[in-house]
Unconditional design. Sequence first.
Length: 212
Amino acid sequence: MTSEAATIGLTHGGSEDTGLGHRGPESKSIVVPYGFWLFVLSDMVLFSALFASYGTLVSATDGGPTTHQLFHRDLVAVETIALLLSSFVCGLAMITAKRANMAWTQIWLIATGALGAVFLGIELYEFSSMIAEGAGPQRSAFLSSFFTLVGCHGAHVTAGLLWLGTMMAQIWAKGFREDIVRRLLCFSIFWHALDIIWVGIFTIVYLIGTLP
């Protein structure tokens, strides 16, 4: 009996350390972020396919404008700085949210949204200018792949801004409840992932595309 009881005790102790066995499933504060990481990784797979398509079609201009004629590093640099700064202030918002500081959390979230809106505005300006010059997505396979890749990222940024506005309203109305902070953490993961993807776009599309 003593040996059996010791064995049961060891088994139970092991379950508490690993999260398996008698204790049951983990809490939402652990499961939700891990589940959201799976979504982010699936998004990375999507963008990997778009990057591959762009790399394959970048030279298929069909006599139309090329990367050197279309892309302007200075404008894209401002766009990139805005998005990177928005990621930084988003991190500051997470720090103040964990401290339940309402004023500074809202301030940093507003700054995150404003910088994201600047990024999106520059991207829309670039798209509209290219289309006005006759370099729309229907002009060549290269431009189709470009608009698909960069436009898909812009659509994600737009969704992120809508999500950010929802989170700001929830925090203001309901405070720093555990479930709301958990959603804010998921938003932060999503926003940082968009930064990583944009660094890839900036490097592969704009920097390499405008090399002499």
